[in-house]
Design a binder for this molecule. Structure first.
Ligand SMILES: Cc1ncc(COP(=O)(O)O)c(C=O)c1O
Length: 363
C-alpha cells in the first residue's frame, strides 16, 4: 500500500509513514509463517461449540455481556490451575486477541514512554506509535538473550511508564527466567512503571509464568492469548492477568460490547477442553526438538526456543533467497528482518518433514 497519502486526507502526521501490519497470506501454500497452531480443533471441541451455538445465535438481538464475566472467571480458573495462583475474574480482562489487549493497555496507561528490547514482537512499537505513546528501543545481546543488568540500568535512566518484555520472545524463541523478570519488575517499580510481560507462547515453555509474581509485585501485567496453545487464532481471544486496578483502567479504554457473544461462548467451551488442547501442545514441543535436531544435522544454527517456532541461520546464500525458493516450493516461512536468519513455525509432523526436505535441497 502506498504511503504517499493525498493532501486532502486528514491522516494524523504520526501515521503518515506507516503501512498496514501483516505477514503475507498466500493461498494454497503450507503456512509456517505466523506461529499458528497447525492442528484443527478436535471434533469433540467443535461438537460442543455447535451444540451451544443455536442458543447463542438466537440471542444475537442482544448485546453481549459487556464485562464477559463468565469467560473471565473461566480464564482465571485456567491460570490458577496451570500456575497454582488464586486469581478471580477481577484479575482478568479479555479482548479480541492479545493485540487488542496491548492497544487497550497503551490507550489507558501510555502517558509516559514505553520501552522494549529488540528484536521482539514488532506490534508493540507499532501499537505505541498508533496510540501516541513514545517508544524507546533497548537492545538484546547478539545471541538474542537479554542482558538483565544492562536492561535494569536502561530502565533506571529512561524512566519508562511501561516496560515491555516478551517471553518466550518472538521472533527469537528465547526465554527469561522468573528471577530475571522479578529483577525487571523491581527496576520498573522504582521508576513507577508497569512491567508488561507478553506471554503469548507461555504454554510452550517450561519456565514459571510471570503471573506467579503478581501477588508480590503489583506492577506486573501479563498478556496471554488463546491463539497459539488453544489453536484458536481465528476466534480472536486474548487476555490480561493483573491487579484489579489495572483491569479497571482497561475498562475505560475498551470499546463498549467489544467481545461478541459467539466469541465469548466458544472461548468458554475451548477452556472447558483445555486438557485435550494442551496434549497437542506437548506434541508440538516434541516436534520442536525434532525439527531443531534436523536443522542442526543440516549444518544450520538454531536459536534455543521455548516457543512454537525456531529462528535459524547458517545458509550458504542470502536468507531472502532461501525464503523465496521455499515459497516457490509451496512453503511459506518468515523473513523477520534479522540479517541471515529465518523463522519457521512448528507444524504437524508431516508438514515439518515437508519443510525439512525442501530446505535440505536449498540451504
Ligand atoms: C508475542 C506476541 N504477542 C501477541 C501476539 C498477538 O496474538 P493474538 O492477537 O492473536 O492474541 C502475537 C502473535 O503472533 C505474538 O507473537
Amino acid at each position: 500500500m502506498s504511503t504517499s497519502w493525498p493532501k486532502w486526507l486528514p491522516l494524523r502526521t504520526s501515521l503518515r509513514s506507516l503501512s498496514p501490519y501483516g505477514a503475507p497470506q498466500i493461498p494454497n501454500v503450507l503456512s509456517l509463517n505466523t506461529n499458528e497452531n497447525p492442528f484443527d480443533l478436535p471434533a469433540s471441541v467443535v461438537d460442543a461449540m455447535l451444540a451451544k451455538l443455536p442458543e447463542v445465535l438466537t440471542h444475537l438481538n442482544r448485546y453481549p455481556d459487556r464485562d464477559a464475566l463468565r469467560l473471565r472467571s473461566l480464564l482465571s480458573d485456567y491460570i490458577n490451575h496451570s500456575s497454582k495462583t488464586s486469581f478471580t475474574s477481577a484479575n482478568i480482562w479479555a479482548a479480541n486477541g492479545s493485540n487488542e489487549i496491548l492497544q487497550t493497555l497503551m490507550l489507558a496507561l501510555g502517558e509516559r514512554p514505553a520501552l522494549g528490547f529488540l528484536p521482539s514482537y514488532s506490534v508493540h512499537p507499532l501499537i505505541a506509535q498508533v496510540t501516541g505513546v513514545q517508544w524507546f528501543a533497548g537492545e538484546r545481546n547478539p545471541d538474542f538473550t537479554l542482558d538483565v543488568a544492562k536492561a535494569v540500568a536502561l530502565i533506571g535512566s529512561a524512566k519508562p511508564g511501561l516496560v515491555f518484555i516478551t517471553t518466550p520472545n518472538n521472533p527469537t524463541g528465547t526465554k527469561l527466567t522468573i528471577g530475571d523478570i522479578k529483577k525487571l519488575s523491581i527496576a520498573t517499580a522504582e521508576v513507577h512503571g508497569l512491567l508488561i510481560v507478553d506471554e503469548a507462547y507461555a504454554e510452550f515453555s517450561d519456565e514459571l509464568s510471570a503471573v506467579t509474581l503478581i501477588e508480590e509485585l503489583n506492577n506486573v501485567v501479563v498478556v496471554r492469548t488463546m491463539s497459539k496453545a488453544f489453536a484458536f487464532a481465528g476466534a480472536r481471544l486474548g487476555y490480561l492477568i493483573a491487579r484489579p486496578e489495572i483491569i479497571d483502567a482497561c475498562l475505560i479504554t475498551r470499546l463498549p460490547y467489544h467481545l461478541s457473544s459467539p466469541t465469548q461462548a466458544i472461548a468458554e467451551i475451548a477452556l472447558a477442553h483445555s486438557d485435550v488442547l494442551m496434549a497437542e501442545v506437548n506434541l508440538l514441543k516434541a516436534e520442536r526438538t525434532r525439527v531443531e535436531d534436523q536443522l542442526t544435522v543440516m549444518g544450520l544454527s538454531v536459536v534455543p526456543s521455548a516457543a512454537n517456532f525456531l529462528l535459524f541461520t547458517g545458509f550458504t546464500k542470502p536468507a531472502s533467497e532461501i525464503w523465496r525458493e521455499l515459497v516457490d516450493a509451496g512453503i511459506l516461512i518468515r523473513d523477520v528482518g534479522i540479517a541471515g536468519y529465518l523463522r519457521v513455525t512448528i507444524g504437524t509432523p508431516t508438514e515439518n518433514d515437508r519443510f525439512l526436505a525442501a530446505l535440505n535441497l536449498l540451504k
